[in-house]
Design a protein around this ligand. Structure first.
Ligand code: PXL
Length: 262
């Protein structure tokens, strides 16, 4: 029997269990991996309302990462909500000796608009974390923030800025065009060397989900941990999320993603 792939998610806890490390765990297990966790923050929230954020001490985030890395055969790492400059720096220091894939979901704001990052942490992402990244997965707001440009609404501008970031940092960019103008969502993968691939799907109307970004980056990391090349891992990650949305079920006021494997 082949070994179960192991990856680490470095993320915040969402008590409503739709996003954050809870989403990562569900996607990782559904895709046949063993996801380990390094907790960065505890977020007291339900979809649409972040009531409070309690960050861990940065040294303790690093300690969780160090113990996991030294105790398990870790194939890949994903980062989600890192929140503070100190936590981003602590993560970067532990990543230095790691040679597997690193997927960075640059979590900045929750769906309802609340900040999930201290503004000073963004410069640390740019200067220290993104240069260690294999794949960066910004949504349109995060892409505009990282490019220091006006809000992005069209596919052409999304492509132009994703290519710019890819060249600047030498890492692959998956720009998530879920909120582009029109009825179609287009996700664009730009790889160093200039290879472009895109996937489009119609917007799912009337579904109010939470945690799709976390689920996507975790599903991609799971497929990378299985040994798939980047473009295949992205394609299968996108399919996983599309299916989780299409088969989501109503739970109180939200549509809970349906996590199940292949
Ligand atoms: O979806 C972004 C996100 C990431 N991580 C945590 C979150 C959220 C959104 O609410 O709570 C912990």
């Amino acid at each position: 029997m082949s070994a179960t792939p192991v990856y680490i998610t470095i993320a915040g806890s969402d008590c409503s269990a739709g996003a954050g490390l809870q989403a990562d765990l569900k996607a990782g297990f559904a895709l046949g991996c063993y996801p380990l966790t390094a907790v960065t923050c505890v977020v007291n929230e339900i979809p649409g309302c972040v009531e409070g954020i309690v960050p861990m001490e940065a040294d303790f985030v690093a300690a969780q990462l160090r113990l996991c890395l030294s105790s398990f055969p870790v194939q890949a790492i994903k980062t989600g909500m890192l929140y503070s400059p100190d936590i981003v720096r602590a993560v970067v220091a532990e990543l230095r000796g790691f040679s597997g894939a690193v997927v960075v979901d640059p979590v900045m704001i929750a769906t309802a608009g609340e900040a999930l990052i201290l503004q000073e942490a963004i410069a640390v992402y740019e200067q220290e974390l993104i240069p260690h990244t294999t794949l960066l997965t910004p949504n349109l707001d995060e892409l505009a923030r990282l490019c220091n440009c006006a809000p992005i609404h069209t596919f052409e501008r999304m492509q132009q800025h994703a290519c710019r970031l890819c060249e600047k940092y030498g890492c692959a960019i998956l720009a998530k065009g879920g909120h582009l103008e029109g009825n179609v969502c287009i996700d664009l993968l730009v790889q160093p060397g200039g290879k472009l691939q895109s996937w489009s799907h119609p917007r799912t109307e009337g579904v109010s989900t939470h945690g799709t970004g976390c689920t996507l980056s975790s599903a991609i990391t799971a497929w990378l941990a299985h040994g798939l090349p980047l473009d295949a891992a992205v394609e299968k990650g996108l399919a996983y999320v599309a299916n989780a949305i299409a088969t989501s079920h109503r739970l109180g006021d939200i549509d809970a993603l349906n996590h199940h494997g292949e």
